[in-house]
Ligand binder design. Sequence first.
Ligand code: MTE
Ligand code: MO
Length: 318
Amino acid sequence: MKINNSEIIPASEITPYETYMGRRDFIKAASAALMTAPFLSFNSEVSAATSASLFGYTKSSYGADEKLTSYNEVTNYNNYYEFGTSKSDPALESKELETHPWTVSIEGAVKKNKQINLDDLLKLAPLEERIYRMRCVEGWSMVIPWIGIPMSKLIQWAEPTSNAKFIEFVSLADQSQMPGVRTNILDWPYTEGLRMDEAMHPLTILAVGLYGKLLPNQNGAPLRLVVPWKYGFKNAKSIVKIRFVESMPKTSWVKAGPKEYGFYANVNPMVDHPRWTQSTERRIGGGLFTPRIKTKLFNGYAEQVAHMYTGMDLVKNF
Ligand SMILES: Nc1nc2c(c(=O)[nH]1)N[C@H]1C(S)=C(S)[C@@H](COP(=O)(O)O)O[C@H]1N2
Ligand SMILES: [Mo]
Protein backbone atom coordinates (compact mmCIF):
# COMPACT_ATOMS: atom_id res chain seq x y z
CA MET A 1 0.00 0.00 0.00
CA LYS A 2 1.31 3.38 -0.97
CA ILE A 3 0.72 6.23 1.38
CA ASN A 4 1.16 9.92 1.19
CA ASN A 5 0.68 12.64 3.73
CA SER A 6 -2.99 13.14 2.98
CA GLU A 7 -3.67 9.50 3.79
CA ILE A 8 -1.73 9.69 7.03
CA ILE A 9 -3.42 12.92 8.03
CA PRO A 10 -7.07 12.63 7.07
CA ALA A 11 -9.80 15.17 7.64
CA SER A 12 -9.93 15.84 11.35
CA GLU A 13 -12.50 14.40 13.72
CA ILE A 14 -11.37 16.34 16.78
CA THR A 15 -13.79 15.92 19.64
CA PRO A 16 -15.51 18.99 21.05
CA TYR A 17 -13.95 18.14 24.44
CA GLU A 18 -10.49 19.07 23.31
CA THR A 19 -11.72 22.20 21.63
CA TYR A 20 -13.14 23.65 24.80
CA MET A 21 -10.54 22.26 27.18
CA GLY A 22 -7.71 23.54 25.08
CA ARG A 23 -4.71 21.41 24.45
CA ARG A 24 -2.75 22.83 27.36
CA ASP A 25 -4.95 21.29 29.98
CA PHE A 26 -5.94 18.13 28.42
CA ILE A 27 -3.11 15.89 29.34
CA LYS A 28 -3.54 17.12 32.88
CA ALA A 29 -7.25 16.39 32.72
CA ALA A 30 -6.58 13.01 31.20
CA SER A 31 -4.05 12.09 33.88
CA ALA A 32 -6.40 13.21 36.59
CA ALA A 33 -9.29 11.23 35.17
CA LEU A 34 -7.16 8.11 34.96
CA MET A 35 -5.94 8.66 38.50
CA THR A 36 -9.42 8.97 39.92
CA ALA A 37 -10.46 5.72 38.27
CA PRO A 38 -7.39 3.53 38.53
CA PHE A 39 -9.23 0.31 39.21
CA LEU A 40 -11.63 0.38 36.32
CA SER A 41 -10.92 -2.46 34.00
CA PHE A 42 -9.68 -1.19 30.67
CA ASN A 43 -12.02 -3.60 28.97
CA SER A 44 -15.08 -2.18 30.66
CA GLU A 45 -17.49 -0.03 28.69
CA VAL A 46 -17.24 2.73 31.29
CA SER A 47 -13.51 3.09 30.99
CA ALA A 48 -13.55 2.96 27.20
CA ALA A 49 -16.18 5.69 27.04
CA THR A 50 -14.34 7.86 29.56
CA SER A 51 -10.97 7.76 27.88
CA ALA A 52 -12.38 8.11 24.37
CA SER A 53 -13.67 11.52 25.38
CA LEU A 54 -10.27 12.47 26.85
CA PHE A 55 -8.35 12.48 23.65
CA GLY A 56 -9.06 14.62 20.66
CA TYR A 57 -7.23 12.83 17.91
CA THR A 58 -7.74 12.27 14.24
CA LYS A 59 -8.50 8.69 13.31
CA SER A 60 -6.19 7.51 10.59
CA SER A 61 -7.33 5.18 7.86
CA TYR A 62 -3.70 4.18 7.58
CA GLY A 63 -3.10 0.70 8.99
CA ALA A 64 -6.77 0.23 9.75
CA ASP A 65 -6.84 -3.09 7.89
CA GLU A 66 -4.48 -4.71 10.39
CA LYS A 67 -5.73 -6.99 13.15
CA LEU A 68 -4.79 -5.24 16.39
CA THR A 69 -2.87 -6.89 19.21
CA SER A 70 -5.07 -6.76 22.32
CA TYR A 71 -4.69 -3.90 24.80
CA ASN A 72 -3.89 -6.49 27.42
CA GLU A 73 -0.96 -7.91 25.42
CA VAL A 74 0.32 -4.49 24.38
CA THR A 75 0.48 -3.36 28.00
CA ASN A 76 1.67 -6.54 29.71
CA TYR A 77 4.31 -7.93 27.36
CA ASN A 78 6.94 -5.21 27.27
CA ASN A 79 10.60 -4.42 27.03
CA TYR A 80 11.61 -1.59 29.34
CA TYR A 81 14.87 -2.56 31.03
CA GLU A 82 14.76 0.38 33.42
CA PHE A 83 12.03 -1.65 35.15
CA GLY A 84 13.53 -5.12 34.74
CA THR A 85 14.37 -7.56 32.00
CA SER A 86 11.37 -9.86 31.96
CA LYS A 87 8.35 -9.05 29.80
CA SER A 88 6.03 -8.72 32.80
CA ASP A 89 8.35 -6.44 34.84
CA PRO A 90 7.49 -3.11 33.19
CA ALA A 91 3.74 -3.36 33.89
CA LEU A 92 4.41 -4.38 37.49
CA GLU A 93 7.30 -2.08 38.35
CA SER A 94 6.48 1.17 36.50
CA LYS A 95 3.19 2.00 38.22
CA GLU A 96 4.67 4.75 40.39
CA LEU A 97 6.63 6.52 37.66
CA GLU A 98 5.97 10.26 37.86
CA THR A 99 5.15 11.51 34.36
CA HIS A 100 3.52 14.86 34.96
CA PRO A 101 4.82 17.50 34.73
CA TRP A 102 7.36 16.43 32.09
CA THR A 103 9.98 18.47 30.30
CA VAL A 104 12.06 17.58 27.27
CA SER A 105 15.41 19.32 26.73
CA ILE A 106 16.36 20.22 23.19
CA GLU A 107 20.13 20.47 22.83
CA GLY A 108 23.07 20.47 20.47
CA ALA A 109 23.02 21.70 16.90
CA VAL A 110 20.00 23.97 17.29
CA LYS A 111 19.60 27.75 17.08
CA LYS A 112 19.51 27.72 20.87
CA ASN A 113 19.11 25.07 23.52
CA LYS A 114 15.60 25.08 24.94
CA GLN A 115 13.09 23.10 26.88
CA ILE A 116 9.53 22.18 26.09
CA ASN A 117 6.97 20.73 28.43
CA LEU A 118 4.55 18.06 27.35
CA ASP A 119 1.53 20.32 27.19
CA ASP A 120 3.31 22.75 24.85
CA LEU A 121 4.70 19.92 22.79
CA LEU A 122 1.16 18.70 22.19
CA LYS A 123 0.24 22.08 20.79
CA LEU A 124 2.72 21.67 17.94
CA ALA A 125 0.37 19.45 15.94
CA PRO A 126 -2.99 17.72 16.19
CA LEU A 127 -2.83 14.26 17.70
CA GLU A 128 -3.23 11.46 15.20
CA GLU A 129 -3.84 7.77 15.50
CA ARG A 130 -1.36 5.54 13.65
CA ILE A 131 -1.85 1.81 13.51
CA TYR A 132 1.62 0.35 13.09
CA ARG A 133 3.15 -3.11 12.94
CA MET A 134 5.94 -3.28 15.51
CA ARG A 135 8.74 -5.86 15.29
CA CYS A 136 11.08 -6.56 18.20
CA VAL A 137 14.63 -7.64 17.39
CA GLU A 138 13.92 -10.72 19.54
CA GLY A 139 11.47 -12.07 16.97
CA TRP A 140 7.99 -11.14 18.17
CA SER A 141 5.64 -8.56 16.74
CA MET A 142 2.46 -6.65 17.51
CA VAL A 143 0.07 -4.25 15.81
CA ILE A 144 -0.51 -1.18 17.95
CA PRO A 145 -2.85 1.80 17.52
CA TRP A 146 -0.56 4.62 18.66
CA ILE A 147 -1.60 8.21 19.21
CA GLY A 148 0.98 10.92 18.74
CA ILE A 149 2.35 13.77 16.69
CA PRO A 150 4.79 13.61 13.78
CA MET A 151 8.39 13.85 14.96
CA SER A 152 8.95 16.37 12.15
CA LYS A 153 6.79 18.93 13.98
CA LEU A 154 9.08 18.94 16.99
CA ILE A 155 12.16 19.10 14.76
CA GLN A 156 10.76 22.17 13.02
CA TRP A 157 10.06 23.79 16.37
CA ALA A 158 13.59 22.92 17.60
CA GLU A 159 15.20 24.84 14.70
CA PRO A 160 18.20 22.60 14.04
CA THR A 161 21.22 24.12 12.34
CA SER A 162 22.84 22.68 9.22
CA ASN A 163 25.26 20.79 11.49
CA ALA A 164 22.44 18.53 12.67
CA LYS A 165 22.89 15.24 10.85
CA PHE A 166 21.55 12.86 13.50
CA ILE A 167 19.27 13.04 16.50
CA GLU A 168 19.98 11.39 19.82
CA PHE A 169 17.03 10.42 22.02
CA VAL A 170 17.68 10.03 25.73
CA SER A 171 15.31 8.29 28.13
CA LEU A 172 14.81 9.06 31.79
CA ALA A 173 17.29 7.23 34.03
CA ASP A 174 16.13 7.79 37.60
CA GLN A 175 17.49 5.27 40.07
CA SER A 176 14.93 6.25 42.65
CA GLN A 177 12.02 5.35 40.40
CA MET A 178 13.57 2.73 38.14
CA PRO A 179 15.00 -0.41 39.73
CA GLY A 180 16.72 -1.54 36.53
CA VAL A 181 18.83 1.63 36.45
CA ARG A 182 20.48 0.47 39.69
CA THR A 183 21.88 -2.49 37.73
CA ASN A 184 24.38 -2.39 34.88
CA ILE A 185 22.51 -4.47 32.29
CA LEU A 186 22.70 -1.45 29.95
CA ASP A 187 24.73 1.74 29.81
CA TRP A 188 22.23 4.27 31.21
CA PRO A 189 20.58 6.47 30.26
CA TYR A 190 18.95 4.46 27.48
CA THR A 191 20.04 6.25 24.34
CA GLU A 192 18.85 5.81 20.78
CA GLY A 193 19.33 7.68 17.55
CA LEU A 194 18.05 8.36 14.07
CA ARG A 195 19.53 9.95 11.00
CA MET A 196 17.89 13.31 10.32
CA ASP A 197 15.91 12.13 7.29
CA GLU A 198 14.64 9.12 9.25
CA ALA A 199 13.50 11.36 12.07
CA MET A 200 11.79 13.71 9.60
CA HIS A 201 10.01 10.86 7.79
CA PRO A 202 6.20 11.15 8.03
CA LEU A 203 5.92 7.66 9.54
CA THR A 204 8.09 8.65 12.53
CA ILE A 205 6.01 9.83 15.47
CA LEU A 206 6.30 10.80 19.10
CA ALA A 207 3.58 8.80 20.81
CA VAL A 208 1.68 9.93 23.87
CA GLY A 209 -1.08 7.36 23.79
CA LEU A 210 -2.34 4.05 22.50
CA TYR A 211 -5.78 2.52 22.08
CA GLY A 212 -7.34 5.95 22.63
CA LYS A 213 -5.82 6.29 26.11
CA LEU A 214 -2.82 7.97 27.62
CA LEU A 215 0.35 5.97 27.17
CA PRO A 216 0.67 3.51 30.07
CA ASN A 217 3.97 3.86 31.94
CA GLN A 218 5.18 0.45 30.76
CA ASN A 219 4.84 1.61 27.15
CA GLY A 220 7.02 4.66 27.71
CA ALA A 221 4.84 7.39 29.22
CA PRO A 222 4.56 10.21 28.77
CA LEU A 223 6.41 10.38 25.46
CA ARG A 224 8.14 7.75 23.34
CA LEU A 225 9.48 7.40 19.86
CA VAL A 226 7.75 5.14 17.31
CA VAL A 227 9.60 4.20 14.11
CA PRO A 228 7.69 1.28 12.62
CA TRP A 229 10.20 0.07 10.00
CA LYS A 230 12.94 -0.48 12.58
CA TYR A 231 13.43 -3.02 15.34
CA GLY A 232 11.63 -2.17 18.55
CA PHE A 233 14.71 -1.08 20.47
CA LYS A 234 14.94 2.12 18.39
CA ASN A 235 11.71 3.33 20.01
CA ALA A 236 13.12 5.09 23.08
CA LYS A 237 10.64 5.41 25.95
CA SER A 238 10.03 8.23 28.44
CA ILE A 239 12.20 10.69 26.51
CA VAL A 240 13.75 13.56 28.48
CA LYS A 241 16.35 14.81 26.04
CA ILE A 242 16.61 15.23 22.29
CA ARG A 243 20.07 16.18 21.03
CA PHE A 244 20.85 17.24 17.49
CA VAL A 245 24.33 16.05 16.61
CA GLU A 246 26.77 16.01 13.75
CA SER A 247 27.94 12.41 13.93
CA MET A 248 26.20 9.09 14.46
CA PRO A 249 25.33 8.74 18.15
CA LYS A 250 26.58 5.80 20.18
CA THR A 251 23.40 4.06 21.27
CA SER A 252 22.89 1.86 24.33
CA TRP A 253 22.30 -1.31 22.32
CA VAL A 254 25.21 -0.76 19.97
CA LYS A 255 27.44 -0.29 23.02
CA ALA A 256 26.00 -3.43 24.62
CA GLY A 257 26.57 -5.62 21.57
CA PRO A 258 27.99 -3.99 18.44
CA LYS A 259 27.97 -7.27 16.51
CA GLU A 260 24.34 -7.94 17.38
CA TYR A 261 22.64 -4.54 17.28
CA GLY A 262 23.33 -1.95 14.64
CA PHE A 263 22.60 1.76 14.54
CA TYR A 264 20.20 1.47 11.60
CA ALA A 265 18.31 -1.57 12.94
CA ASN A 266 16.03 -1.63 9.91
CA VAL A 267 13.82 -4.71 9.99
CA ASN A 268 15.44 -7.02 7.44
CA PRO A 269 14.59 -10.71 7.05
CA MET A 270 17.80 -11.23 5.05
CA VAL A 271 20.13 -10.15 7.84
CA ASP A 272 20.00 -12.54 10.76
CA HIS A 273 20.89 -11.69 14.30
CA PRO A 274 24.09 -13.64 15.11
CA ARG A 275 22.12 -15.82 17.53
CA TRP A 276 18.78 -16.26 15.74
CA THR A 277 16.96 -15.90 12.44
CA GLN A 278 15.19 -12.69 11.50
CA SER A 279 13.36 -14.24 8.55
CA THR A 280 10.21 -15.00 10.53
CA GLU A 281 8.37 -13.57 13.52
CA ARG A 282 5.79 -14.58 16.12
CA ARG A 283 2.76 -12.30 16.21
CA ILE A 284 1.83 -11.87 19.88
CA GLY A 285 -1.66 -12.98 20.82
CA GLY A 286 -2.03 -15.86 18.41
CA GLY A 287 -1.40 -18.59 20.96
CA LEU A 288 1.34 -21.14 21.22
CA PHE A 289 0.62 -23.12 18.07
CA THR A 290 0.11 -20.23 15.69
CA PRO A 291 2.63 -20.54 12.87
CA ARG A 292 5.34 -17.88 12.64
CA ILE A 293 4.83 -15.37 9.86
CA LYS A 294 7.36 -14.11 7.35
CA THR A 295 9.13 -10.92 8.32
CA LYS A 296 9.06 -8.26 5.61
CA LEU A 297 11.86 -5.94 4.57
CA PHE A 298 11.50 -2.66 6.49
CA ASN A 299 8.69 -4.39 8.39
CA GLY A 300 6.45 -4.01 5.34
CA TYR A 301 7.03 -0.26 5.00
CA ALA A 302 9.55 -0.54 2.13
CA GLU A 303 7.46 1.53 -0.29
CA GLN A 304 7.57 4.44 2.09
CA VAL A 305 11.13 4.22 3.40
CA ALA A 306 13.40 2.21 1.07
CA HIS A 307 14.42 5.33 -0.87
CA MET A 308 16.32 6.59 2.18
CA TYR A 309 18.73 3.68 1.93
CA THR A 310 19.43 3.44 -1.81
CA GLY A 311 23.06 2.69 -2.44
CA MET A 312 23.63 1.60 1.14
CA ASP A 313 24.85 -1.89 1.97
CA LEU A 314 22.13 -3.07 4.35
CA VAL A 315 24.21 -6.05 5.48
CA LYS A 316 27.04 -3.79 6.59
CA ASN A 317 24.73 -1.07 7.84
CA PHE A 318 22.46 -3.40 9.81
N1 MTE B 1 14.03 3.52 27.63
C1 MTE B 1 13.81 2.36 27.03
N2 MTE B 1 13.18 2.34 25.85
C2 MTE B 1 12.92 1.15 25.22
C3 MTE B 1 13.36 -0.08 25.79
C4 MTE B 1 14.03 -0.02 27.05
O1 MTE B 1 14.43 -1.04 27.62
N3 MTE B 1 14.21 1.21 27.64
N4 MTE B 1 13.14 -1.25 25.12
C5 MTE B 1 12.97 -1.16 23.65
C6 MTE B 1 12.55 -2.42 23.06
S1 MTE B 1 13.72 -3.63 22.92
C7 MTE B 1 11.30 -2.60 22.53
S2 MTE B 1 10.90 -4.01 21.69
C8 MTE B 1 10.24 -1.58 22.71
C9 MTE B 1 9.02 -2.21 23.35
O2 MTE B 1 7.97 -1.29 23.39
P1 MTE B 1 6.58 -1.73 24.03
O3 MTE B 1 6.85 -2.36 25.35
O4 MTE B 1 5.78 -0.49 24.13
O5 MTE B 1 5.95 -2.72 23.08
O6 MTE B 1 10.66 -0.49 23.52
C10 MTE B 1 12.00 -0.04 23.27
N5 MTE B 1 12.27 1.16 24.03
MO1 MO C 1 12.93 -5.14 21.28
